[in-house]
Design a protein around this ligand. Structure first.
Ligand SMILES: C[S@@+](CC[C@H](N)C(=O)[O-])C[C@H]1O[C@@H](n2cnc3c(N)ncnc32)[C@H](O)[C@@H]1O
Length: 276
């Protein structure tokens, strides 16, 4: 996971809190991810996917959910950061039944290495591939991802955008756990350079006693757009790419539909799916 501030200097609840636990509670919905992977694969190939490679897997909660959802499923999680992977072993993998845990395989390495079996679904979630800042780097990564997929396979990535996402000095705040012992998630849009599309985001956590874990996570990315990603998927060899948009009303569960045209939206999240 991204650079984090050491616990040293933190006070109150912030000093006792676990940044990975706060992160998972704030931004991850593994069950939802697995539903989306299943939906987009089924729409492409009319069967259930069984194998997953989760690139940039962090604490690999999605791998753990994948193997729990079906006893025939296996998952490979890939991440560079040993500390983050170890947290996943101690806190996510350890909660699985023995048989399911054996179907999760963790690799501490660069996602640009090809050494897992070819899979049905390759996921790169939470904008992680935005760490690649040039077309060449992204295309090279997509080519490797393509080769990591079985002959019938899908690559799933989430994307964000809309004019509000380019604002700087803006912090989006959400209460994750209410009350004096609870905490809030702060997503700070700190920097955007319109010349290069380089951007910096921070995650901070603010606790019920007023203490704060500042810059728990820091991301230095390039802000890519949907058409750029689709063009690069095509250049890397994917035969088709689809954009899945949430067409549900705000108070309903998400309903992801493949779309070609939309009304403008000031702030959105969608999935791009590359079909091999
Ligand atoms: C934004 S976090 C995403 C974690 C998780 N996928 C999620 O959805 O919350 C990005 C992760 O990518 C990892 N990472 C960054 N560059 C990498 C690379 N070249 N190869 C493998 N992992 C990388 C970091 O260690 C970090 O855990």
């Amino acid at each position: 996971m991204a650079k984090s501030k050491k616990k040293k200097g933190l006070k109150g609840l912030a000093a006792k809190a676990d940044k990975f636990d706060c992160y998972q509670q704030s931004v991850q919905e593994p069950e939802h991810e697995v539903d989306v992977f299943e939906q987009v694969f089924k729409e492409a190939f009319d069967r259930k996917p069984l194998t997953l490679r989760e690139d940039f897997c962090g604490t690999f909660s999605v791998c753990c959910e994948w193997v729990s959802s079906n006893s025939k499923r296996s998952a490979w999680g890939v991440d560079l950061c040993g500390e983050t992977l170890q947290w996943g072993r101690d806190n996510n993998l350890s909660k699985l039944k023995n048989k399911a845990a054996k179907r999760v395989h963790i690799l501490e390495q660069d996602v640009r290495e090809k050494n897992t079996p070819q899979v049905d679904v390759l996921a790169a979630q939470n904008f992680s591939f935005w760490i690649f800042k040039t077309r060449q780097e992204v295309i090279d990564y997509f080519k490797i991802a393509y080769n990591n997929l079985a002959s019938e396979g899908v690559m799933v990535m989430d994307m964000m955008g809309g004019r509000d996402c380019y604002d700087t000095d803006v912090t989006d705040k959400r209460t994750i756990v209410k009350g004096k012992k609870g905490f809030k998630y702060h997503w700070e849009q700190a920097y955007f350079n319109p010349v290069t599309s380089d951007c910096t985001f921070y995650i901070h956590f603010k606790f019920g006693d007023g203490s704060k874990m500042e810059k728990a996570f820091e991301y230095n990315w390039r802000f890519w757009t949907i058409p750029e990603i689709r063009e690069m998927l095509a250049e890397a060899g994917f035969k088709e790419s689809l954009v899945y948009w949430d067409e549900a009303d705000d108070d309903e569960d998400a309903e992801w539909i493949a779309v070609d045209e939309l009304e403008n939206d000031d702030s959105w999240i969608c999935y791009i799916v590359g079909i091999k």
